[in-house]
Ligand binder design. Structure first.
Ligand code: SAH
Ligand code: SF4
Length: 385
């Protein structure tokens, strides 16, 4: 593991902290704002492009805009609303994890994962982002769940995590082009975004969906909807609501057990929404969208990883338009669970295949940098305690 470094840039001044972030101003409001400042509406489009396409970090960098306008914006707003406080990189350099400090001192985590091309998929860079500081849902294998709920993230705080990692990704693309490792047409930046960091995205529904629209906007980052995945603990009403959204994102549902007795042992939310209700919502989502649902299944040794569990899961999901991601648990310091062996994971996969249910065993990235959900924050808090 690389040593943790304290990021030196982007420390907010006290004065700057008092200003709202422009990243929290919705697109339609930006046009109105320009009107209020006596500017033509195309300035709003320029400002939007400067923020989400050119990734400006200060209004002063926006040289398309008149100096007087830049000055007015600078008096009313700042840009960044998440300040990196610890940055780590895995030994194989594939994974970066950043702990951000928000204005009120809350800490959230973001991960950048670099994947080489393989037989099925192109080279890609995926950012895993947080939607809440902490989480109220208390899953027992999850470091975030063990720390409790702090607050919802704003749209700007969600989007800023991607902007930060996009700058990292573009800078390394640029370096590789200069070193002749890649051609100029190969500029890539962040290709995929997964809402799998801290918190429950569908419990912060409106801000999550507003952030999706910003990320997907063709005048900005323009990350394809099919390259965006929202992971949920399985809130049925919100899953059904998501099915009615016009934007075609991927849905991942955290199942982690084939039956109510097993699921209730690690996921307290199961007492409120039993597994039948979660699957019923998924069925409605599939019927409405005709899109495949991904089920996340964290393999916990001796808890949910036996042949009998695989058979029960296979029976439950048989015939459903779905794919199961099997994830050997990333053990947390306080959690009681260990990882099953590679063979046990393979046997579980074979068990599902017997019912015609497709699955993949996920190769974990960044275990050496506490890349699991909430683990870096937990470590930072332990160290500062
Ligand atoms: N709250 C949402 C999204 C954030 S968690 C959800 O639960 O889906 C993202 C994924 O990481 C979930 O599938 C979650 O169960 C999984 N996860 C949590 N703790 C983990 C751990 N210690 N090891 C592996 N996966 C974990
Ligand atoms: Fe919350 Fe997801 Fe962690 Fe469960 S797994 S505690 S829902 S963040």
């Amino acid at each position: 593991m690389m040593p943790c470094v304290d990021a030196q840039s982007r420390q907010p001044t006290t004065e700057a902290t008092a200003l709202p972030s422009i990243l929290d101003v919705p697109k339609d409001r930006i046009g109105e704002l320009m009107h209020e400042l006596g500017e033509p509406s195309f300035r709003g489009r320029q400002l939007w492009g400067a923020l989400y396409r050119s990734l400006a970090t200060s209004f002063d960098d926006m040289t398309d805009l008149a100096k007087s306008l830049r000055g007015k914006l600078d008096q009313q707003f700042r840009i960044a609303c998440a300040t990196p406080s610890i940055e780590t990189r895995s030994a194989d350099r594939s994974t970066d994890k950043t702990l951000f400090r928000l204005d009120d001192g809350e800490l959230i985590e973001t991960v950048l994962m670099r994947y080489d091309a393989d037989g099925h998929r192109k080279r890609r860079k995926t950012v895993c982002i947080s939607t809440q500081a902490g989480c109220a849902l208390g899953c027992t294998f999850c470091a975030t769940g063990q720390q409790g709920f702090r607050r919802q993230l704003s749209v700007g705080e969600i989007v800023d995590q991607v902007l930060y990692m996009e700058r990292v990704a573009r800078a390394e693309d640029q370096r590789e082009i200069e070193q002749g490792e890649r051609s100029r047409g190969d500029l890539q930046g962040v290709t995929n975004v997964v809402f799998m960091g801290m918190g429950e995205p569908l419990a912060n529904y409106d801000n999550t969906m507003a952030a999706v629209r910003v990320l997907n906007d063709d005048q900005g980052l323009h990350i394809g909807a099919r390259h965006i995945t929202i992971s949920t603990v399985g809130l049925p009403d919100q899953i059904e609501r998501l099915g009615h959204e016009p934007v075609q994102i991927n849905l991942a549902v955290s199942l982690h057990a084939p039956d109510n007795a097993t699921r209730s042992e690690t996921m307290p939310i199961n007492a409120r929404y039993p597994i039948e209700r979660v699957i019923e919502a998924c069925r409605a989502y599939i019927a409405r969208t005709n899109r495949k649902v991904f089920f996340e299944y964290v393999l916990l040794r001796g808890q949910n990883d036996s042949a009998a569990h695989a058979a029960r899961l296979g029976k439950r999901l048989r015939g459903l338009l779905c794919h199961v991601n099997l994830i050997p648990v990333n053990p947390t310091s306080d959690g009681p669970f260990g990882r099953p062996s590679r063979e046990a994971a393979k046997a579980f996969q074979d068990g599902l295949a017997g019912y015609g249910v497709p699955s993949t065993v996920r190769v974990e990235k960044g275990i050496d940098i506490n890349a699991g959900c909430g683990q870096l924050r937990a470590r930072a808090l332990r160290q500062s305690a």
